[in-house]
Design a protein around this ligand. Structure first.
Ligand code: HEM
Length: 395
């Protein structure tokens, strides 16, 4: 396949990107692709597992634009760019360490009971409805309610979070983006000020305390980390649950296996992350200097991203990658990334995914797709792989 004809924004591509990747990967492990529909911006993309891991671990591909583009300053970057995901060491280490202790597998395991309650409640709320948009009614509310409770902010405002996050991960006009950021910031300002006056036992109160301490977190970094946790905390897991269900509904033998034996759910989640994971592409990286990488001449300032989805379907890393096998053991998938920016929320996402899927199958063992597969529409995003809606019949 001629890589020049790859249109990352077409519905054809989104319907089955894995087909496109399998044609590109053997000839172009690391290659330049056209990024946007308009303009001529080309970026490097890693397609093979080997190239993906190499990019994610190579410290010459940096995250902070300010280090390569002197005209980019704090003022013209959104606050989320001051969060751990968009900076390099030593700031990265400092920012990550402030929240890391709240996301260890041990701390997250304590949330099991509460996540189960939330999933059960959301499942019951669908009870009298025959057909639902699974994303709106189940996949979306669970992770957003959990992250709001962890942070200690009201989850009633979740539709606003959804709107702001959508703008951040989808391709939006600059004016729409700017407007959403102003609203998001104004909202956070109110919530943070309230919390300063009456702190509670939650993550936001801890972060405010770190900021007030003065030397560990600046005000804009505080906004950045809260934004990152809200966006990363739900855009991703929503689509793990929804893409995961779609993969199972389209592979009835695998679904039957899981229904028969719910103890397979943890393994199933790993396979669903690999097979149709929610984060299709890594976030942006930039070449800090000019150098030769995988036989290609990369110039200082070049934009680089990794197709995690392509890497996770690379036959050199996975046997029969196009087969969904929920009993696949020891999957070294890259759905949570690799290297220093490896997903902080992975233990939480795994637990939410497991519980959401198990509770769903317990409450609704007969569910099915309510539309034809080719009627499903995928969102236009250069990060997330997710559906606009997933209509399902519950009974
Ligand atoms: C299935 C769900 C999720 C997936 C597939 C996922 C995937 C990822 C990936 C691929 C990265 C690295 C991006 C890169 O290197 O460019 C990342 C980073 C991150 N994720 Fe997740 N994520 C998920 C859920 C979550 C949740 C629930 C949270 C938090 C509550 C979270 C918080 C973060 C944070 C803070 C980072 C930045 C880490 C750093 O820069 O050190 N994620 N995630």
């Amino acid at each position: 396949m001629d890589i020049k004809s790859l249109d990352l924004f077409s519905q054809e591509f989104h319907q089955n990107p894995y087909d496109y990747y399998s044609k590109i990967r053997p000839h172009q492990p690391f290659a330049k692709v056209k990024m946007f529909n308009e303009g001529e911006q080309h970026s490097w993309m890693a397609f093979t597992y080997e190239a993906a891991v190499a990019v994610l671990k190579d410290q010459r591909f940096i995250k902070d634009m300010r280090s390569v583009f002197p005209d980019v300053t704090d003022e013209n970057l959104p606050p989320i760019s001051q969060s751990m995901l968009f900076v390099d060491p030593p700031d990265h280490r400092r920012l990550r360490s402030l929240v890391q202790s709240g996301f260890t597998p041990k701390r997250i395991a304590r949330l099991r009971g509460r996540i189960e309650e939330i999933a059960r409640e959301q499942a019951w709320l669908m009870r009298n409805k025959g057909t639902v948009d699974f994303i709106e009614e189940y996949a979306f509310p669970i992770p957003i309610r959990v992250i709001c409770e962890l942070l200690g902010i009201p989850s009633e405002d979740r539709l606003d979070f959804q709107r702001w996050s959508n703008v951040m991960v989808e391709m939006s006009d600059n004016s729409i983006y700017d407007e959403a950021m102003i609203e998001f910031m104004a909202y956070l300002e109110k919530v943070i000020e309230k919390k300063r006056v009456s702190p509670k036992e939650d993550l936001l109160s801890d972060l405010i305390q770190a900021e007030e301490g003065g030397d560990r977190l600046t005000v804009s970094e505080l906004y950045g980390v809260v934004m990152l946790l809200i966006v990363a905390g739900h855009e991703t897991t929503v689509n793990l649950i929804a893409n995961g269900l779609l993969a199972l509904l389209t592979h009835p033998a695998q679904l039957a296996l899981l229904k028969e034996d719910h103890t397979l759910v943890a393994l199933a989640i790993e396979e669903l992350l690999r097979f149709n994971g929610p984060v299709e592409f890594s976030t942006d990286r930039w070449a800090k200097e000019s150098f030769t990488f995988m036989g290609q001449k990369v110039e200082k300032g070049d934009h680089v991203i990794v197709s995690l989805a392509s890497a996770d379907h690379d036959p050199s890393a996975f046997t029969d990658p196009s087969i969904l096998d929920i009993t696949r053991e020891k999957s070294p998938h890259l759905a949570f990334g690799k290297g220093i920016h490896y997903c902080l929320g992975a233990p939480l996402a795994r637990l939410e995914g497991e519980i959401a899927l198990r509770v769903l199958l317990e409450e609704y063992p007969c569910l099915s797709l309510a539309v034809e597969l080719n009627e499903l529409e995928w969102r236009q995003s250069l990060i997330i792989r997710g559906l606009k809606q997933l209509p399902i019949k519950l009974y």
